[in-house]
Design a protein around this ligand. Structure first.
Ligand code: NOJ
Length: 437
């Protein structure tokens, strides 16, 4: 079997985007439940009270994934479903739900992977400052301890925090995601605590032998608009923010303050030993990349001195997300990661393309074909890539964009919740069958 044939294929979903069942069987409110109450914050004025109703339909979705030939089913745990107040009492019905999901995956022969945090913080913890409160390092490690106790006997692969830069940037800097906080101070404090929490969470899980524990990193290719010193420097700053800030502290390289001067302010939140505590020897890295951004230096954007040049201004076609579709980012980041001082296995832990309701699904097939070419090219160069998880199985709640972008290879009828395979799902099934030949 070639290295390419050995790649494992799977899919990724997240609790807040799929489960629904937002207030039943003991679940406490999350920051996304609270955020979506103010409907003007979501493009189509929707919410995730029902979402795809994965809570009641998990068997159907897991069956679907298995029937396509996928071997991994990555889902996230909703912290407030397990611990409704964020700390303290455990909701046994919540634990039962995830036990059922895990057991069903195992029954149909698909490997369950857990993400411990995919952005749905318990609202009760946000009321105490959320990620800006250093206490969260303890709250999170206690939560991970409970997950370990209940699920680590059957789940081998764990991802701690999903896309730190996006949940901190969207939720604590720009305010466009829950909990809707803004400002550099919130962002910097929350980022330091999130990374510390992730490092401690890693240590908790690694107390159990044989677990494979990693993280999922959002990566965005950054390029300067013009070949000027000003634009090139701006690109270096934004690259440090988007593509290094959530990685290098864990590798023992500290925060990238030389290239991103504003981040020096993070030292205000240090306590003795923090930089040492941030070092983590992850078992693997998860890479997730969707688009490219082009930046221009400018004096009037505070802290960063840079602004994005919108794809439309660059005459580049965008997806319904407003993003330039950029599968070339996949080989770029896989190779870039392989150059960090680590031989660790790499996984594409998310990968996909959004289409509008009436757009031809053939576009998604073509996107995945380009992804495959990229994966083959990096394997040929010796990159230690192990597999690919698609984003996503069924169309779902795309955060502040509501249900407008369709990332699924399976269509969701929002009224009946009926699932129908799209062309891309059928293509994938055929493709996976043939890979083994
Ligand atoms: C990354 C996030 O992890 C996921 O929640 C989101 O839906 C996709 N990207 C698409 O934006």
């Amino acid at each position: 079997m070639s290295k390419f044939q050995k790649l494992l294929w799977g899919c990724t979903i997240a609790a807040a985007q799929t489960e629904g069942a937002y207030n039943i069987e003991g679940k406490g409110p999350s920051i996304w439940d609270e955020f979506t109450r103010k409907s003007y914050k979501i493009k189509d004025r929707s919410n995730a009270k029902i979402a795809t109703d994965f809570y009641h339909r998990y068997k159907e979705d897991i069956d679907l994934a298995a029937s396509l030939g996928l071997k991994i089913f990555r889902f996230s745990i909703s912290w407030p479903r397990i611990i409704p107040h964020g700390t303290g009492d455990v909701n046994t019905k919540g634990v039962d739900f995830y036990n059922n999901v895990i057991d069903y995956c195992l029954k149909v022969g698909i490997q369950p992977w857990i993400t411990t945090y995919h952005w749905d913080l318990p609202q009760k913890l946000q009321d105490k400052g959320g990620w800006t409160n250093r206490e969260i390092v303890n709250w999170y490690t206690d939560y991970v301890e409970i997950l370990k106790e209940h699920f680590a006997d059957r789940v081998k692969y764990w991802i701690l925090i999903n896309e730190g830069v996006v949940c901190m940037g969207g939720g604590y800097f720009l305010g466009v995601h829950a909990p809707g906080k803004r400002g550099i101070r919130n962002f910097i404090a929350a980022t330091h605590h999130l990374l510390l929490a992730q490092a401690e969470g890693f240590r908790v899980l690694k107390q159990k032998k044989d677990l494979q524990v990693g993280t999922a990193i959002s990566c965005t290719k950054i390029e300067p608009y013009r070949d000027t010193i000003n634009d090139r420097k701006a690109a270096i700053r934004i690259d440090a923010l988007m593509n290094r800030l959530f990685i290098e502290p864990h590798l023992g390289m500290g925060y990238p303050h030389e290239d991103l001067p504003i981040i020096s302010r993070i030292s205000k939140y240090y306590q003795e030993g923090d930089l040492e505590r941030l070092k983590v020897d992850f078992d693997f890295w998860g890479i997730q990349t969707y688009t490219r951004e082009v930046v221009k230096g400018t004096w009037y954007i505070p802290y960063l001195g840079a602004m994005l040049v919108r794809p439309k201004k660059r005459n580049v076609k965008t997806s319904i997300m407003g993003w330039e579709t950029y599968p070339q980012g996949i080989p770029y980041f896989l190779e870039r990661f392989a150059k960090y001082d680590t031989k660790k296995p790499l996984w594409l832990t998310e990968c996909g393309m959004a289409l509008a309701k009436d757009e031809d699904d053939q576009n998604r097939i073509e996107y995945y074909q380009k992804v495959i070419i990229g994966m083959k090219s990096v394997l040929d160069k010796g990159v230690n890539l192990k597999g690919i998880l698609l984003w996503t199985l069924v169309d779902n709640f795309e955060w502040a964009e509501g249900y407008i972008p369709k990332f699924g290879i399976v269509e969701l009828d929002k009224k009946t919740l009926k699932r129908t395979m799209k062309k891309s799902a059928l293509w994938l099934k055929e493709y996976l069958l043939n890979i083994e030949l």
